[in-house]
Design a protein around this ligand. Structure first.
Ligand code: SF4
Length: 321
């Protein structure tokens, strides 16, 4: 069995809401509210949910790009939230982020050579030849050629730019990568090429991914385990195929009812969710989903359901189970 590389325990990220002349804190946005999951080495764990559910904030909090409010992020046995700035700087080469938008994540004034050399010069003490050899190797790994080295980001297509972003994230040979909607800004025709590239690099470089996406088809294609997020919380998690075939939480069922079944004879009835996602500034008491749930009953509006293992490896936060 693969070793656990990352454990996230009770992670919270609240943003203060300021108001008035003196900018007093009048409340908090509960962007991530008690999220726990673990990821084994060489596994892809996906976080999926509607826009604004807290999945990107979770990814950034794990990497301490955003400082978490509470919780633990245990990477390779060490709680990195206890690390000093200097200790964290050394860990960055092992924990990287692939951004959603390859148009804004690359400095337009830097050539590909500069963009890929920079992380090596920051984290390693290599000779100039070693840096250039590694840059050329990484560029080939992501499917680009040496003649691309002295071009600027605007001289590439969207798919090529995302390949450069991936190369920049992976050139330090990290062990763990958060990929935050890495294909959602790309044309559909390019998306599968980039997904296949990420899967190939995972095999070649023994990478562990947390993959963030709102696209249920993409998540099914790439992940082995998945957590479904709603209003800053994981409401269901488990092995991807099992969860897609047998969703338990009413929210997961509604999300998946919109995805065409693999079996053309098994037509699912589309569940249309009523109402909007409540504000994360004043999340509802009890179950976060109770204002939109078609199965709501007695305890749902007053008591928050815990995320419980209801069958081996399959967890759900719902009073029905
Ligand atoms: Fe619906 Fe109640 Fe389950 Fe929440 S706890 S998902 S409101 S049935």
């Amino acid at each position: 069995m693969a070793k656990t590389l990352l454990e996230v325990e009770g992670l919270k990220k609240y943003f203060p809401v300021k108001s008035g002349v003196f900018k007093r804190t009048v409340g908090f946005v509960h962007a991530v509210d008690d999220v726990s999951f673990s990821v084994s080495e060489r596994e892809t764990f996906a976080l999926v949910g509607e826009s604004g559910c807290g999945k990107s904030t979770t990814g950034r909090s794990i990497l301490r790009i955003l400082e978490p409010t509470q919780g633990k992020v245990i990477f390779d046995g060490e709680n990195i939230l206890s690390c000093s700035t200097e200790q964290m700087r050394k860990k960055r080469k092992d924990m990287q982020l692939i951004f959603q938008n390859p148009y804004s994540s690359l400095n337009p004034r830097m050539t590909v050579r500069m963009l890929l050399s920079e992380p090596l010069e920051t984290h390693f003490n290599l000779s100039s030849k070693e840096v250039q050899d590694k840059v050329a190797w990484m560029l080939e790994e992501v499917g680009l050629a040496r003649e691309h080295l002295d071009r600027y980001p605007h001289q590439f297509s969207g798919g090529q730019r995302q390949r450069i972003s991936i190369a920049r994230a992976l050139i330090t040979e990290p062990r763990f990568v958060v990929a935050d909607e890495p294909v959602s800004a790309l044309d559909v025709s390019i998306q599968s090429q980039i997904l296949n590239l990420l899967m190939k690099l995972q095999r070649d470089m023994n990478l562990t991914y947390v993959f963030i996406s709102h696209d249920l088809n993409v998540v099914r294609h790439i992940s082995s385990n998945v957590g479904v997020m709603y209003l800053g919380q994981i409401v269901e998690k488990g092995e991807t195929e099992n969860l897609y075939e047998r969703p338990l939480h009413p929210y997961t069922k509604a999300l998946l009812s919109a995805v065409p079944s693999k079996d053309p004879l098994n037509k699912k009835k589309r569940i249309i969710l009523q109402g909007d996602v409540p504000s994360p500034v004043n999340p509802p008491k009890g179950c976060p989903f109770h204002l939109r749930c078609d199965k709501v009953f007695g305890p749902c509006s007053s008591s928050r359901p815990e995320l419980k293992e209801v069958e081996p490896g399959h967890h759900v936060a719902c009073h029905l189970y």
